[in-house]
Design a protein around this ligand. Structure first.
Ligand SMILES: *Cc1c(COP(=O)(O)O)cnc(C)c1O
Length: 455
């Protein structure tokens, strides 16, 4: 029997030395973000009071295709990268398909998801610029945990505002952050003006991401030597995530294949952009044999900004503190149903992905909660890894594509396994006991919400 390779790894010296900045290659550049007061385009300097300078510059860099990964960051990447590219023989067999299915396994990071790929450089740039404290908000805690660990690597203090209801209902997520030495505050809190204002009116407020963002941004603005960080949506976050796709490109070469489809789940777009953009660059350039690839973002049916939202200028947060962003959005005041893929419950999409979707360089599909968990269970039984509820959407989209193929058709599909679900077993428990339901949003509800914005 000819031995089959199941997993492909890169030697340490082949871990990418640069991230790929797709903005430099895009024919139609993303539209500028605007200052909500003046409606003037924002410059990198306008972001300096909130984000690290280097991240602010990367955010608006439209000229440099390749951005060097600092040696200190690469050294930290080496603790868990390269992540394996896996040929999903088990899943192929379970589906009875002749498609070749590969997945990039980002669940092997110490934090169990891709988020650390950006937490490390963000903490590093803060350290280098003399910042002592980093702050952020977190709902379920995936980003908060990654940032807490990255902060500890570079000797920074991390202050995380966790939505109060998650703080109380998901104590283990909180203890993960505290184990890495972060200070975790349930939001709303009495430590900021924004929090105090809310608690004065409503002492029992359970909090929301919007409030937690306001508290973290206020802390960064009012504390010298403190910066705010974000785990998705922003273009510099997606830039850092391209390490996923750059590795995958080399690993697919080792496997002697090139993907016909690249699929990832979609919250704000960082893991989707991370795996897609390095392959998409060949499509933008029209490289022969590499221009046909389809790129598919899988979002939840309960929060369908790409498939049902509108391309418009909108705020990035519920409270309306951020710049106005040109993006596909359901409206910043959209309240998604409480689905178990918490990382996908975001009303908007990153500005780069929004432009690419407008330009038909990629596609989007929406997936119901039950279909996503069904796919996740099938994958777990076939490949042994319990996927994060977010990642289940990518698996479900992959299965849909496989089912569309003709018998014997040998398409090559690559999807990103953004994380494992071992801290999400409460969600699986609900699914397995039949307690989960589907949520979808009608065009009417979305239009009504978007009209409210423009009034
Ligand atoms: C946060 C998260 C996501 C969604 O974020 P993107 O920026 O869209 O990638 C997806 N999967 C996992 C495991 C996450 O933690």
């Amino acid at each position: 029997m000819k031995e089959k390779t199941k997993r492909y790894f890169l030697p340490e010296n082949e871990i990418p030395h640069e991230w790929y900045n797709i903005q430099a290659d895009m024919t139609t550049k993303p539209m500028p973000m605007l200052n909500p007061q003046t409606r003037e385009p924002m410059k990198a300097e306008d972001l300096y009071p909130i984000f690290a300078m280097e991240c602010s510059d990367q955010e608006l860099n439209m000229t440099d295709t390749w951005i060097p990964i600092p040696d200190e960051v690469r050294e930290m990447y080496k603790y868990y990268r390269s992540t394996p590219l896996v040929r999903a023989y088990g899943l192929e067999k379970a589906l009875g398909t002749s498609a070749h299915i590969y997945f990039k396994n980002e669940s092997v990071s110490p934090m169990g998801s891709h988020k650390l790929n950006s937490a490390i450089p963000q903490a590093y740039y803060c350290k280098k610029e003399g910042v002592r404290n980093v702050t952020t908000e977190t709902g379920a805690g995936q980003w908060g945990a990654s940032l807490s660990y990255a902060a500890s690597l570079f000797g920074l203090e991390a202050a995380v505002y966790q939505v109060k209801v998650s703080y109380e209902q998901k104590p283990y997520r909180r203890s993960i952050m505290q184990t890495y030495g972060a200070q975790v505050t349930p939001s709303p809190s009495m430590s900021t003006r924004a929090g105090k204002d809310i608690l004065t009116v409503n002492p029992n407020c359970q909090g929301s991401l919007g409030t937690a963002i306001s508290e973290a941004v206020e802390l960064a603005r009012t504390t010298p030597g403190c910066k705010y960080t974000l785990g998705s949506v922003m273009s510099h976050v997606t830039l850092h995530q391209t390490v996923i796709g750059l590795e995958a490109e080399k690993q697919m070469e080792m496997a002697g294949e090139y993907p016909d489809m690249v699929i990832a789940c979609f919250g704000g777009g960082s893991n989707f952009g991370g795996i897609s953009f390095p392959f998409m660059r060949h499509k933008i350039k029209g490289i022969e044999g590499k221009s046909h690839t389809r790129f598919i973002a899988a979002e939840p049916a309960s929060c369908p900004k790409l498939t049902k939202g509108k391309f418009c200028y909108d705020f990035g947060d519920e409270a309306g503190y951020t710049p106005l962003l040109p993006m596909f959005s359901l409206g910043h005041n959209f309240q998604p149903a409480n689905i178990h893929a918490g990382g996908l419950r975001y009303h908007g999409a990153g500005v780069i992905v929004s432009q690419l979707l407008k330009d038909n360089l990629m596609e989007a599909v929406d997936i119901n909660q039950l279909e996503s968990f069904e796919a996740g269970c099938l994958f777990a039984r076939a490949e042994g890894i319990i996927p994060a509820p977010e990642s289940c959407h990518a698996i479900a989209a992959t299965i849909r594509e496989v089912k569309k193929l003709k018998p014997g058709e040998e398409k090559v599909i690559l999807f990103n396994l953004s994380g494992h679900g071992l801290v999400d077993m409460a969600s699986y428990d609900k699914y397995l006991s039949g307690d989960l339901i589907n949520y979808s949003v009608s065009e009417e509800e979305i239009n009504a919400n978007l009209t409210k914005l423009t009034d």
